[in-house]
Unconditional design. Structure first.
Length: 397
């Protein structure tokens, strides 16, 4: 019987208690959605138990939390395929901020085992129960590693919030950056939510920069959170080191893609500047539609990056392999310290730097230098807008 839990009374009615495991001072409660009769059978419980034992043998996971709830659920959202259909597991920000250590694993989300056909945890566990195995097309050992990786990855997010308050810091940085840029651009709070064509040209440009800079404000945190969590997942499941070169090649590819993403955003802003200069030269009004088109391109590009997991992976991996840092030391660092230590470790060991936030340091992605370049471009655009407004073409329609 499970007594100590972070679940709400309603959640305790919704889910059935499956087991409770004790690892020193850390208690792990496992729950499941009712109706999955095969999931609470010995063959499935055995796989879950092995995965938990593998993860919580590491001090980083068992020493940083007193208790945690893991919920294997059947997600209606996933079943309907409306949103987030690839979400295998997650922790809720509201739970993290409220110090509720709850990890949800969606049983009905497709998962690959050893790169073979995709199948859901629910289907695999059912097959295990009915047939006593997962069949020739699936590797049971690989399934166990996937489960270990999933638990360790999401557990890291919980621990990150406890140690560094990463989620709260991200929200604070976004709010601070928005206020700063709103003040610089003389934008009211309400104006950040309106369409560009209701603003003067200079305010429209500033609004674009506000939106983009909000993305870059927490780039370090995204790379830190997802990179460290991905690394910890591989470390706990024993996959780290099995293909180190392969993992690092993925990280480098992600860095190059991120650089291309940033360059595309910069080119879009340069195109905006080109439209302003063209209007000055031709002495013709600037069309709203042309700016709106560029704004759409900028916003779409800003939302297109998806490689923070792979890019961030290299940072803790390098610190662990070359920097002499332990898993516990890496896990206790905040984003700025982690990236700074990574930069120093690469410089000392003559390694290529994939990502840094230190000005002037050569790297595939130097986010600090990029921000500075974007600031310079913003000033140039606004200066040209002043010239445009002073000319007979100082209108846009």
């Amino acid at each position: 019987m499970i007594c100590m839990t972070h679940l709400t009374p309603w959640q305790r009615l919704k889910y059935a208690g499956l087991m409770q495991r004790k690892y020193d001072n850390c208690t792990v409660n496992v729950w499941m959605s009712p109706g999955h009769y095969y999931f609470d059978k010995p063959i499935a419980i055995n796989e879950v138990t092995k995965a938990l034992d593998s993860v919580f043998q590491h001090p980083y996971f068992r020493d940083n939390l007193n208790d945690v709830d893991i919920v294997f659920q059947y997600s209606l959202v996933q079943a309907l395929g409306t949103v987030g259909t690839r979400t295998v597991a997650f922790v809720k920000s509201s739970d993290l901020f409220g110090k509720s250590n709850i990890l949800f694993i969606n049983l009905n989300v497709a998962r690959k085992a050893a790169g073979k056909p995709t199948q859901q945890y629910a289907q695999i566990f059912e097959q295990m129960y009915k047939k006593g195995s997962v069949g020739e097309e699936f590797d049971l050992a690989m399934l166990g590693k996937e489960l270990e990786n999933t638990i360790a990855h999401e557990m890291t997010h919980i621990i990150q919030e406890h140690i560094t308050q990463a989620g709260r810091i991200k929200n604070q940085r976004i709010d601070t950056a928005t206020k700063i840029f709103r003040n610089i651009g003389s934008l009211s709070e309400k104006s950040t939510a309106v369409s560009l064509d209701k603003l003067t040209l200079d305010k429209a440009i500033n609004l674009l920069f506000v939106k983009i800079y909000k993305t870059f404000t927490h780039t370090d945190l995204y790379i830190y959170r997802e990179g460290v969590a991905s690394f910890m997942g591989d470390y706990a499941s024993g996959r780290y080191g099995t293909d180190y070169k392969g993992f690092m090649a993925q990280s480098k590819e992600a860095a190059k893609e991120t650089k291309s993403w940033l360059s595309t955003i910069e080119q879009h802003f340069k195109s905006v500047n080109g439209l302003v200069v063209e209007s000055i030269t031709a002495k013709k009004p600037l069309k709203r539609d042309s700016i709106n088109e560029k704004a759409d391109s900028i916003n779409k590009t800003a939302l297109s990056i998806k490689r923070f997991y792979e890019l961030g992976y290299a940072i803790p991996a390098i610190l662990f392999r070359y920097g002499g840092f332990t898993i516990e030391q890496i896990g206790a660092m905040g984003d700025h310290k982690l990236i700074n230590e990574y930069t120093d470790t690469c410089l000392k060991n003559n390694l290529e730097i994939l990502y840094t936030n230190r000005p002037g340091v050569h790297a595939i992605v130097n986010i600090s230098d990029f921000r500075a370049s974007l600031h310079k471009l913003r000033k140039e655009i606004l200066q040209n807008i002043k010239e445009l407004e002073a000319s007979q073409a100082g209108k846009w329609h």
